[in-house]
Ligand binder design. Structure first.
Ligand SMILES: [Cu+2]
Length: 703
């Protein structure tokens, strides 16, 4: 049995938070600074690790207060935290006796960390204590016997300021699928604990490294133990790794009438939400990150349909910037027209072009809008090229390597436009039709994605339906190579058949709309969520598309239905988050799911240990060092953070970084010289080993 305890002085909070942002996961921040750090950073598996999220009775969600015996003690949450964020857990024992008191991660499916037999985990906690009668105690969940006491790992000391304690578990025994742990106090005194972490530190052998059973090939889904506080209709990954979730009025006419507009920022590391004052109804607005990491938001809902049928949804002409540093919205000048469901594509020069949506009178807007990044404003009508044609609702406009925009055919609602798909040259203001879509009348809430790597200029369009009909959604996919002389769609493989809510398998040939497609760091694409007909029949199915093999492989499916107003997006730790579902009865599913792809069960993750410079320029070579014990790093790429809604994130892209290995073993990453391949802004830098196991991302800024 291995016991190891090490203590290190408390870092200044600001420093620690900054490092946490840079390294994304708190666990890796700690690892990066500790002399005895394990070689492999991995995800902090503790939910609500800073105890910021409270349950309805006011105690920290996912934390269970327990104990036994004749002692007298009380539990409370304290604002005397280690880092000024969330809460600390306080246990005060006023009279010792038999037994003890402890706070541990709740023994439930979604709170206690999942573990793999044979693996070892590093546990970490910040604490202060007036008694040395305190010990880290661990329980394990036996697949036959249920929750059982496992062992005490290490005694703590009296500490008058926050001190970090960390210990490695022994190898997890067979038949164990979860552990929980906490600090037990059994003497008179006061114990404060904060910022818990649990991470996998196993160094697997290179062969047969996955011992996680079905998850090795299927991945696994976790439904988080807390709900989103807002209807997550829009999700934008910010340059600090947090997620901006925008509801606006959230498709609720009562909220609209009350002027209640909402958004929240979610921190995936701590599991906590910060509610953001929201100045206008950004429900069904457009959004895209600007080169400086700020989020440009355009349009939204000016009115819900009138009861007397005199008008439908009306588009706003207002526009805001969300600034991740100040965590606030700032108004910019108005658009030239109202836009409800507008597109937003960042161009190679950092400007933004928007097409489509409904105007203030609820008719289709034929006004293109152009945002000048240099001027930080929408240009007046006289300075914007116009086709004066209606591009539909959320038309998926993908920036091509030559600066043209590809309308993939994916859009929202049944109001198809002509041509079915096209290439738009903004400079010359010309539209060239593109043919080959198999079901051009069934691309309502299909999804399109620029496949990895962006340099290949291939787009996948998957599924789709038509809410103006009762025709079931299609299972077809279409592929196109935009680098060809005359790009034309060709049929791709069909999506795997999903499971319907009655447990039956979908009839042959039927598929899904409300599809989500997410570029993954190993160069594959996760396809998840969706529904069969309008928003009434969820389809439970997920698969991973391999662009080289041109195949979809079915994987574990999200247990939560994800139809209308659902989204999925990549997190900086290599997992995928899924949010939203807004069935026809007007309800909204507030549950949040997280998918752990098979690659996170496939051995040790490479770790980016240093990036010489995080300000990157086009055509440069950037130097990084990587710790990769499970095989050398074989690929590196930049992935643009998501800005997704309604199966639409046409700015999503994966940009390959060809690698040069330097004499000292460091890597030179060669950055594209084409700003249309990688429009300016913040990107997640990932590296992978030969097994496709990705690192945790490091943020870099490309301009
Ligand atoms: Cu909508």
């Amino acid at each position: 049995m291995r016991h190891r305890t090490l203590f290190r002085p408390k870092l200044r909070s600001a420093t620690r938070r900054l490092i946490a942002f840079l390294a994304v996961a708190a666990s890796s921040a700690m690892l990066g600074l500790t002399a005895a750090a394990p070689a492999h950073a991995s995800v902090n598996m503790v939910v609500n690790s800073d105890m910021q999220t409270l349950n309805s009775s006011g105690s920290p969600l996912c934390w269970e207060q327990s104990g036994y015996g004749t002692n007298v003690a009380s539990f409370s949450t304290s604002n005397e935290t280690e880092d000024g964020v969330g809460n600390a857990m306080q246990i005060s024992m006023t009279q010792a006796g038999t037994g003890d008191r402890k706070a541990m991660m709740q023994e439930s499916q979604s709170c206690a960390p999942d573990v793999t037999p044979g693996h070892q985990y590093q546990l970490g906690v910040w604490y202060m204590s007036t008694t040395a009668d305190a010990v880290i105690t661990m329980f394990r969940h036996d697949t036959q016997d249920g929750w059982v006491y496992w062992q005490d790992l290490t005694q703590l000391q009296v500490e008058s300021s926050y001190t970090y304690a960390t210990v490695d578990t022994p190898a997890i025994p067979a038949n164990t699928d979860q552990i929980t742990w906490g600090v037990t106090i059994y003497g008179v005194g006061t114990l404060l604990t904060d910022n818990y972490s649990t991470s996998d530190i196993t160094s697997p052998t290179s062969d047969a490294s996955c011992s996680a059973g079905a998850a090795c090939t299927q991945g696994s889904w976790q439904v988080l133990p807390f709900d989103s506080p807002v209807r997550a209709i829009h999700a934008v990954l910010l340059d600090n790794g947090d997620v901006l979730m925008i509801a606006g009025s959230g498709n609720d006419p009562n909220e609209f009438a009350a002027g209640t507009f909402e958004s929240a920022v979610y921190n995936p590391t701590t599991g906590s939400f910060t509610v953001i004052p929201t100045p206008s109804d950004m429900f069904c607005a457009g959004h895209v990150q600007l080169p400086n990491g700020n989020v440009l938001i355009l349009g939204g809902t000016g009115a819900y349909p009138a009861a007397d049928g005199s008008h439908g949804y009306e588009g706003l002409n207002t526009s805001y910037i969300f600034n991740p540093t100040t965590m606030a919205y700032e108004q910019v000048n108005n658009l030239n027209d109202g836009h409800w469901y507008p597109s937003a594509t960042e161009l190679g020069n950092g400007d933004v072009l928007s097409l489509g949506g409904l105007r203030a009178d609820s008719s289709g807007s034929v006004t293109a809008e152009y945002f000048s990044y240099a001027q930080m404003q929408w240009l007046p009508l006289s300075q914007v090229n116009q086709t004066w044609s209606f591009w539909g609702l959320y038309p998926a406009m993908v920036l091509m390597q030559n600066g043209d925009l590809f309308y993939t055919g994916s859009h929202v609602f049944g109001n198809n436009i002509t041509p079915d798909s096209s290439i738009y040259n903004y400079s010359t203001n010309t539209v060239t039709a593109v043919s080959g879509l198999q079901n051009p009348q069934m691309t309502d809430q299909s999804m399109s994605v620029l496949l990895p790597p962006a340099q290949n200029q291939e787009v996948l369009t998957a599924g789709g339906g038509n809410i103006d009909t009762t025709t079931p959604a299609v299972n077809t996919t279409d592929l196109i190579d935009l680098s060809a002389t005359d790009p034309t769609y060709t049929p791709g493989p069909t999506l795997p058949a999903g499971t319907l809510s009655d447990g039956s398998t979908e009839p042959a040939g039927e598929g899904k709309m409300y599809v989500s497609l997410v570029d993954l760091p190993n160069g594959h694409v996760l396809e998840t969520g969706g529904g069969l007909i309008d928003r009434e029949e969820p389809v439970y199915e997920a698969s991973i598309y391999d662009p080289i093999a041109n195949t979809f492989s079915e994987v574990a499916s999200d247990p939560v239905p994800r139809t209308y107003h659902s989204s999925a997006f990549l997190l900086p730790d290599g997992r995928v988050m899924a949010v939203g579902n807004n069935p026809g009865d007007g309800s909204f599913d507030m549950r949040v799911s997280v998918y752990t792809p098979p690659y996170l069960y496939d051995g040790a993750r490479p770790q980016i240990t240093s990036v010489a410079n995080t300000e990157w320029t086009y055509g440069s070579t950037q130097h990084v060092t990587v710790d990769s014990t499970d095989g050398a790093v074989t690929s590196a790429e930049l992935i643009r953070p998501a800005a997704v809604t309604h199966s639409s994130d046409p700015d999503q892209r994966f940009v390959d970084l060809p690698i040069t290995v330097n004499a000292d073993g460091s890597l030179g990453l060669n950055v594209t010289d084409n700003d249309n391949i990688a429009p300016p802004g913040y990107y997640m830098l990932f590296v992978e080993n030969a097994d496709g196991v990705p690192s945790i991302a490091q943020w870099v800024h490309l301009t």
